[in-house]
Design a protein around this ligand. Structure first.
Ligand SMILES: Cc1cc2nc3c(=O)[nH]c(=O)nc-3n(C[C@H](O)[C@H](O)[C@H](O)COP(=O)(O)OP(=O)(O)OC[C@H]3O[C@@H](n4cnc5c(N)ncnc54)[C@H](O)[C@@H]3O)c2cc1C
Length: 440
């Protein structure tokens, strides 16, 4: 690489989503000179560009227990300081949700990252990796000033799509190769909703109206069991309704969202569907009569793309048996929530035992083919089904905190992540407020 050197850091984090921002905060709080690279003009990834509800802080069920804390709590505290936050108790799905204003979260991430002393570069797209014998030496970053080279001792790939690992040639599984990839969703918000009238029908009533509308032939609604929810803003709801499954390319049908042409087609199809669902809501759903579309997600929501091969891969049996690991650095109680394709109702749920949580092992964050790279967030090392459980944003925050702390501890030496003793890391995470074991 011949690009000018932008700087040399102890820890470099790629991607600032609910995994990457906590990774950078944790690394900097642990004393590492830390750089956070983000291709978008703001921090947060899905948490700010697509969504507005953190799931995964509590186990689902009648007696929820809190299983994620640490930096995740700092984020919610900062959100509450900036404005309204709504807790939406939910015994189903991933448990109680914390619904926030995404615009506030953009600023909350900035406050926490900058307060920790992280150097941040927005509009910075990692394009290539310099790697020798599994050791990442530098990244090539596309910036407005041209290509720049960034050196680091240890690295965290929190790009969601595992870009760093893919560019470095480290092994990964592409979603769709072994099991149907989770579908893509453009989210949207509606304003001017009469919430009292909306509450006159429940979720199954909404789904019945969707089915009726789709079967009438007047509306093209590929998913017939999406949801809407209240937000902290009066008269505003947010939705998770659209479903982009198969994008045609070269006569084939694929959902590989790391293919630029497929991703472009998916963005266009997601927005087309969003307008169709908005039309259905205003025409057919009580409370939406006077409403209008007030916002589309900045980009389409990607549930899974590449999943890196780590030192271990979490699998379905681990999740459903709520397996515990000696080196676990976080917990997840969410069911396996698989959004697969097909017309109508294409989402399935499989639950852990009531109140239980599976451990997230440090080894699922250690990149198998690298000496100095960790992974965190939705590209961590798991099978398709295990990932369909362990992907909520609270779990991404826990993984990020663990990966960032481990990267900083590794960077005190030569950056080799396997030199970090799991017991020492776990002690440090506990001292920093993380929850590593479910309450007995
Ligand atoms: C439609 C949908 C609904 C969901 N609903 C919920 C929900 O309600 N609650 C919940 O908790 N979870 C939900 N999830 C799951 C959750 O949002 C994700 O699993 C989680 O946000 C992933 O976080 P992440 O940090 O791993 O990845 P991302 O949020 O994808 O962040 C990755 C970041 O890396 C950046 N990046 C990528 N490549 C590069 C590069 N080469 N160079 C520089 N930067 C790069 C991206 O711009 C992005 O900011 C949902 C997911 C989807 C798609």
């Amino acid at each position: 690489m011949t690009a000018p050197l932008l700087g040399a850091f102890d820890v470099v984090v790629v991607g600032s989503g609910s995994a990457g921002s906590p990774a950078a905060i944790a690394a900097a709080r642990t004393g590492a000179r830390t750089l956070l690279l983000e291709k978008l003009p703001f921090l947060g990834g899905n948490s700010t560009a697509v969504l507005d509800t953190f799931y995964g802080f509590w186990t689902p069920g009648e007696q929820p227990s809190k299983i994620v804390s640490g930096i995740g709590d700092d984020v919610v505290t900062e959100l509450r300081r900036l404005g309204p936050v709504v807790e939406r108790p939910n015994t189903y799905g991933a448990g109680t949700g914390v619904t926030y204003l995404a615009e506030h979260l953009k600023v909350a991430w900035e406050h926490l990252v900058l307060d920790a002393g992280v150097r941040v570069l927005l509009h910075s797209f990692v394009q290539d990796v310099e790697v020798r014998d599994g050791r990442v030496a530098a990244l090539l970053v596309a910036t407005k000033a041209g290509l720049r080279r960034v050196e680091g001792r240890s690295f965290v790939d929190a790009s969601g799509d595992a870009d760093l690992c893919a560019f470095a040639g480290f092994a990964f599984e592409q979603a769709g190769d072994l099991a149907p990839a989770q579908t893509l969703t453009t989210t949207f918000r509606m304003g001017g909703v009469d919430l009292a009238r909306r509450r006159t029908i429940d979720k199954s009533g909404l789904h019945a109206l969707m089915r009726e509308a789709a079967e009438s032939g007047d509306y093209a609604l590929p998913r017939r069991e999406g949801s809407d929810h209240i937000t902290p803003t009066a008269g505003v709801t947010a939705t998770v309704m659209t479903r982009v499954t198969h994008v045609r390319r070269d006569g084939d049908t694929v959902v590989n969202a790391t293919d630029p042409e497929v991703l472009t087609a998916a963005e266009i199809e997601g927005r087309r569907q969003a307008l169709e669902y908005a039309r259905f809501l205003t025409d057919r759903v009580p409370g939406y009569e006077q409403s209008s579309l007030i916002g589309l997600s900045t980009q389409i929501g990607l549930r899974e793309t590449r999943r890196v091969h780590g030192d271990v891969r979490l699998d379905r049996a681990d999740v459903l048996s709520a397996r515990q690991f000696d080196d676990q650095v976080g917990l997840c109680g969410a069911p396996i929530e698989d959004h697969h394709g097909g017309e109508g109702e294409g989402t399935t749920w499989e639950y852990l035992p009531e109140g239980a949580a599976v451990g997230i092992p440090l080894r699922s964050l250690v990149v198998r083919d690298s000496t100095n790279t960790l992974v965190a967030g939705r590209c961590f090392s798991a099978t398709h089904t295990a990932h369909a459980s362990v992907r909520s944003m609270a779990q991404c925050m826990a993984m990020g905190q663990a990966a960032g702390t481990a990267a900083a501890l590794a960077a005190r030496g030569n950056g080799e992540v396997r030199t970090v003793r799991p017991a020492a890391l776990r002690d440090r995470l506990r001292d920093d407020g993380a929850t590593l074991e479910a309450a007995a």
